[in-house]
Design a protein around this ligand. Structure first.
Ligand SMILES: [Fe+2]
Length: 191
């Protein structure tokens, strides 16, 4: 029997995510250059500070077909100009793989899009499960005033394609208008 693994238990805090992660992947503002519409405000913010935008608390699961990888993501509250703090976003390298996001704490949106630029957004709050079907890229943003925490589960062999997002962006952006999140066309998006 190839790759027999012992069962494991993971403690997850609704407020803080995975309690004892095997690794924490941090994404600070300087790693998000070009992702936001307002480059001038981005550079101004960065010249003052380099805040933590989000962190992914990971458990070591083999990145192989048959396994289910899981992690929790915490996105901190904040904005670059009018645009909410968000994840970089990605498609899966194996595009025919789905993913589940389950909100544990706070409030935000799960923004998805096809390679043709068709977009869909789910309002996430505790108890909401968003299903990301195969072939849909995905990004999340914190539209609340405290930490937005969600659990992600995806096939072990899914992989991450960030380059496509770096190159083309997402077709939609989530901005604050009159104190509320509004989905708008991304002027930087290229198909
Ligand atoms: Fe994913």
């Amino acid at each position: 029997m190839k790759g027999l693994m012992e069962p494991i238990k993971t403690l997850v805090s609704f407020k803080k995510g995975v309690v004892y992660p095997d690794g924490v992947n941090e994404r600070k503002l300087n790693e998000m250059r070009g992702m936001y519409v307002d480059d001038f405000t981005f550079e101004t913010l960065l010249s003052q500070d380099n805040p933590l935008i989000y962190e992914v608390k990971e458990i070591n699961i083999p990145q192989e077909k048959g396994h289910i990888i899981y992690s929790t993501t915490t996105i901190y509250p904040g904005k670059v100009g009018k645009e909410y703090f968000m994840t970089k976003g990605h498609f899966h390298l194996r595009e025919d793989t789905a993913e589940i996001y389950f909100c544990l704490e706070g409030e935000g949106y799960l923004l998805m899009q096809t390679k043709e630029g068709r977009a869909s957004a789910i309002h996430m709050k505790p108890g909401v499960l968003g299903y990301i079907p195969p072939y849909w890229g995905h990004r999340t943003m914190n539209t609340g005033d405290r930490e937005f925490v969600f659990l992600a589960l995806f096939p072990g062999d899914a992989g991450h394609n960030y380059e496509i997002v770096e190159k083309h962006g997402f077709s939609k952006i989530m901005v604050e208008e009159n104190g509320k999140p509004v989905l708008k066309d991304n002027p930087k998006y290229t198909l």
